[in-house]
Structure formats: C-alpha cells, structure tokens
Design a protein around this ligand. Structure first.
Ligand code: NAP
Length: 492
C-alpha cells in the first residue's frame, strides 16, 4: 500500500483472466491504478470462451448485450454470437486496453492467506512463487470444473470420449456415429451442430428440456458499417425496451413459481414443442415433467428441427454402462458409436477452489462454505477482509446478462473500497450479523423461486436449495448501486 495524491494506492490481485477478471483489470487501469497482477491458470485468457470450443457454441445473450459497456463492438456478425467470435472479442479488448502485460499466464493460484498483522493477502502460485496484495478480486467463474458422469465402463470405450469443455480436436465427426450425453444448453447446441455432420447422432437425455424459441439472424455489412459510424445505434439495441422487458419479466417471474410470467414462459415452450415436433412419439420423449425455467431455460431457434433430421435420434432410457462399442441401455439396446461427447455440466459449487483460502484468524473458506458457498450480496464474506468475488456464489448467473452483473458488482466493490483508499480504514468486510440476516432472507426467497420447484439442476446446492440470486433484476441493480455501509466493518 503506497501513498498516491493523498489516496492510498492499493495493490490488487485479480484471480482469473476471463470476462470478469479482464473487466476488473481495465477498470483499475482506467482509474490510473496499475499496481496489480492478474493470475490466470491457463495459457490464454477468455475463461469459459477459451475452455469451451465445441461445435455450435453460441451465447444465448444477444451479442450487443454480451459486450462490455465501455467496449461496444460494431462487428458482431449475428444476433447471437459464436463462442469463437466472443473469445476473439475478449482477447481484442484486453489488448486494446493494455491488460496483457498484467496477466501472468500458467499461474494457478493455489492459496490465499490473510495476514492479520499486516492486513495483506499472500497468494501462493503454482510455480512456488508468492504475491502480496491488499485486495483480492476473485474472478474465477462458475462453470469451469467439468463434471464427469459416473458411467460404468467409460474407460473401456474404443472410440473417443471427452467432456464438452475439453473438446478433442482429433475426433472425426463428419460421417461418424456420435452420442451426446446431456441436454443442457451445451448438449443441445452440440446436437444442433452435429445433426448435419454425423452419420448417426444419438442424443441421450436423462431429463428432457423445455426449449424457448428465439430468432437468430446475421448483421449485414451495411448494418455493421452503420454501427461503427454511429455507436448510438448499438446503444439502441442494448437498451431495446423489448429485450429488457423480457429480462425483467423473466427475472421477476422466476422469483415465484406460481407467477403469471412463468405460466407464459411455459406456454411458449409448450407451443414450441407441440407445433414443431411432428412425430407424437418423439414429442412425448422430448416433453419435460417439470416447470419451464426450473432448469436453466434453453434458448434455441433450431433444436427441434435438428433433432428431426435423418440419422438423429433421442434416447430417454436409462444408460446401463458404456461398452467398447458404444452405450448399452438398461433395456438391452446397444448404441454403437465412434465418438461420445459428455455434455454433463460442471461442478458449480467450486468457485475459487481447490485454492486453499484462509481468512482472518485462520478461518478457512472450505469451512465457511461447508453447507453451501455463499457471500454477502454474492460478493464478500465476514472474516475475509478486502476479498471480493465477481459472479460469485448467489450471484444471478445464468439468469441475467452476465457482463452487466460483473460491471455492477465492480461498482459495488469500488464503493466499498473508497474508505480504504482514502486511508480511513485498512480493511472492509461484511459484519457477521448483517451477512447472516442477508443469507436467511436469500434462502427463504430462494425456496420460492422456480429453480426450487421440483427438478435437479446446477442451480441447487447440496441441500437442494437454489444457490442463486432469488430476487428480480431491479433488486439486484438497486443493491449493487450503493452498498449499505452499516452492514460492513471498516477496520483500521
Ligand atoms: P447442465 O445444464 O448442467 O446440463 C448437464 C446435462 O447432463 C443435463 O442434461 C444432465 O441431466 C446431464 N447429465 C449429467 N450427468 C449425467 C449422467 N451421469 N448421465 C446422464 N446424463 C447426465 O450443463 P451444460 O449444458 O454444460 O450447461 C451449463 C450451463 O452453462 C448452462 O445452464 C448455461 O448457464 C451455461 N451455458 C450457456 C450457454 C449459452 O449459450 N449462453 C451455452 C452452454 C452453456 P439431468 O438434467 O438429468 O441432471
């Protein structure tokens, strides 16, 4: 911590160079605060968009909304951008804003330890080095630890089997017999992409999904030139009242599973199924037995078309085991396959872990999170001073536009740190009673959300309670606009 024009200059450690970490680095640089390092475990930046390279990868937030507010992009090629295009965008922005020299690649953080006397954090890096910081920003993402299915015999498979976030480029897909296990957003997009490439494609669905129909389209070169000449056209798309109305209706609808908004969403999904799947037998296979939006809603303009293509089939039976030739079902059916894609999701409760985090007086993060990962307003925790998370536990991830969340969270953190920068305090952390009261309110509200209405999903913690933000978009925006100072301890 050094003096800088009467302000204390804090040293920051940012963990993760994905969307949130890059944003945090840019925000610091824009403020003239260059005393920081970004620690990235991979060899490249981009987080989700680096790890996920599967065919068909597309973001289901419209591209102009899935952009930093300070780095609009006139060149998005379509309404829903591809993963490759988004990855290139983040790399381009990081370069343009001068973030690259601050990133230490291949530098997984293995521990963060708070020093009570010095009021600093020491980060242990995988190469054995250490870094001392006043403030830690955790930007490690939510869905980055692949969840491998516990399928007997998987290791005996003669073909290629791999998780969707560890795509095996050596796998031949064209003309191959491919199985895709899982029908979250990932499995659906992979099936769409492979439906014209594989000679035989089997979509294994333990629980079918509701599909919300959306429209995809390309931006013409003329439109893109117009966006470049006049960024207010991009702002108009970002602020499109219809888009935001849909976000508000959805986010407010999910807070109560009996709400009219949820009924409306379910009806749209049901009509999509009834009207677009011709074969009654297939239609029933694809019909979920839980409320729409209980699992994260799938947005697709093509899934029902793709799954009805020749050579594509849906398997809703129980898998018995994987055998060298393919997947054997409990009813004895053998699906012979060359490639098996495991689109089986992620361990969403890991966050910064397996890094070992030790707060004030030796408090362990693993113990703090023994029941479930939580944080005060999804950002900070008592006994972990100057330690903040972006898109952390209980944030509205998967529900609101993710970049918007991270930018709003950053504004909240900045405000919390103001007294520390002014030298009035050295640390800030939520008070235990304030955090406890918040968490009790959050859990009570979470139980009433659509996510808790009787399905399994990565939204649920191990006790079955939704681990998400349980209120609407406006509540989140209001909460992030100004922290309640009385809920925090500012210590000298
Ligand atoms: P997911 O939503 O967790 O889906 C995992 C799928 O695998 C489920 O269908 C699950 O079935 C199935 N599964 C898991 N273990 C299985 C097993 N042992 N046997 C059979 N089936 C098994 O994972 P995801 O599709 O990777 O998506 C995760 C999240 O990433 C999404 O919800 C979304 O937030 C994000 N995402 C976003 C986009 C985008 O376009 N923005 C694209 C991809 C992903 P059950 O439902 O029965 O458990």
């Amino acid at each position: 911590m050094t003096e800088n024009n009467g302000q204390r200059r804090l040293r920051y450690a940012i963990i993760g160079a994905g969307m949130s970490g890059v944003m945090a680095a840019i925000k610091l640089l824009q403020r003239g605060d260059a005393d920081f390092q970004v620690f990235e475990k991979g060899a490249e930046l981009g987080g989700t968009w680096r790890d996920n390279r599967y065919p068909g990868l597309t973001c289901d937030t419209p591209s102009h909304a899935y952009s930093y507010s300070f780095a609009l992009n006139p060149d998005w090629s379509q309404y829903y951008a591809t993963g490759a295009e988004i990855h290139a965008y983040f790399k381009g922005v990081a370069e343009r804003f001068g973030v690259m020299p601050y990133i230490r690649f291949n530098s997984e953080v293995t521990s963060c330890t708070f020093d009570d006397a010095k009021k600093t954090w020491t980060l242990g890096i995988v190469d054995g080095s250490a870094y001392e910081a006043d403030v830690v920003i955790v930007a490690t993402g939510v869905l980055h630890h692949p969840k491998m299915p516990d399928l007997p015999g998987l290791e005996t498979f003669k073909g290629k089997a791999f998780h969707s976030a560890r795509w095996d480029d050596s796998a031949v897909l064209d003309g191959a017999r491919v199985g895709v296990i899982g029908c979250g957003s990932t499995g659906i997009q992979i099936v769409n992409a492979l439906s014209t490439r594989a000679s035989k494609l089997v979509h294994f669905q333990r629980s079918p999904q509701w599909i919300m129909p959306v429209v995809q389209f390309e931006y013409t070169p003329e439109q893109r030139a117009a966006f470049a000449a006049d960024p207010s056209l991009i702002e108009a798309i970002r602020n499109d009242p219809q888009y935001w109305e849909a976000v508000y209706r959805f986010t407010e609808g999910v807070t109560d599973f009996t709400s009219p908004q949820i009924k409306e969403i379910e009806e749209l999904c049901r009509q999509n199924l009834e009207q677009n799947v011709r074969d009654p037998e297939l239609r029933e296979k694809l019909r979920p037995d839980y409320h729409a939006a209980c699992k994260r809603l799938i947005y697709s303009w093509e899934y029902y078309d793709c799954v009805q293509r020749p050579g594509v089939s849906v398997e809703v039976g129980q898998i018995d085991r994987v055998v060298p030739e393919g997947v054997l079902m409990k009813d004895g059916t053998l699906h012979e396959l060359d490639v098996l894609v495991l689109a089986t999701g992620f361990r969403a409760d890991s966050f910064i872990r397996p890094a070992v985090v030790t707060g004030r007086e030796g408090r362990s993060l693993d113990e703090f999170w023994a029941t479930r990962p939580t944080a005060h307003y999804a950002i900070a925790m008592p006994d972990f001073p100057n330690f903040f998370m972006l898109n952390g536990p209980g944030a509205p991830v998967g529900n609101f536009p993710l970049i918007d969340i991270a930018e709003r969270q950053w504004e909240y953190i900045e405000q919390l740190l103001e007294p520390v920068r002014r030298g009035e305090a050295r640390t800030v952390e939520p008070l235990e009673p304030a955090y406890q009261a918040y968490e009790a309110r959050r859990i009570a509200a979470a139980k009433k959300t659509i996510f808790g209405s009787g399905c399994t999903s990565w939204y649920l913690d191990k006790t079955g309670i939704p681990a998400t933000w349980p209120w609407g978009y406006h509540d989140f925006a209001n909460a992030m606009a100004k922290p309640v100072a009385e809920e925090f301890a500012f210590a000298a």
